[in-house]
Design a protein around this ligand. Sequence first.
Ligand SMILES: [Zn+2]
Length: 300
Amino acid sequence: MFRAHFTTTAGAVLLVIALGGMAQAQAPAQPQRPLTEVTKVDGTDGVYIWRNQNHQAMFIVTKDGVIATDPVAYGRPTGGKEYVDAIKKVTDKPIKYLIYSHVHFDHIAGGKAFKDAGAKVIAHKNATARLKSLKDPHTVIPDESVDKKKVIKLGGTTLELLYLGLNHSDSTLVMRLPKEKLVFIVDTIPVGSFPGRGFIDIYPLETEDFTKKVIAMDWERMIPGHPAPGGRLGTKADAQNLLTLMQEASAQIKKDAQEGKCWDTVEKEFKMEKYATLPGYASGLGFVARRYCGLWGRGA
Ligand SMILES: [Zn+2]
């Protein structure tokens, strides 16, 4: 008898049992999650989360229009339009803004439907410069660039766009809703999972400083760019956990690097056992090892 669990992209668990050489797929053990979904954030008047598979974005509905973020449509040719259509099911107000969280295509590809709907596209200036040189056919060039800070006021809602330095990218905007005490921060601070391939080109030391600044800000809940296990929102404890994890990984590999163990030995032997139960631990460990070998073993 052969028995195995498979996790689908939608997160539902299928139990497949093969008996006597005959395979039979049973019904999902739990209701299958739809590929896309809109969720209202509890306790807010008009803050929503748009989820497309494993990516998510925040949008805010006000009496004078909608502020949307991240099309999250990389490799999903209809994803941008599906997002616009989902907003239109919630409100008939016009979409005034589309704000990019940072330059990475998995979050910002697919903005054409927003542009066609009349939205102004805003990003950090480093994202705009990069997008102008890359000319990705699926990613709309921003209409306006932010340097350190921009405040958007629309229909009674205030949204701050803040650049707090290098972190997961060189173009991350922290988006804060002061009244709702909510922040939308993408990729830098994983919620309930071990850091993964996002570590490939992270700025490790600067990310520690960035995370300390985020913790010092006034907010209570964080919408992450990838859904957390169970769909929960992040807290300052998640930010502190990342900071601790990075400090521990950095200290350990710094020592190894200075003993000449980067890259091969560290990549083989690096473990962080206390995080072993976190989703993404096994696949993420190598990315963390390589990035800190890059830092302490190479000076980069
Ligand atoms: Zn990213």
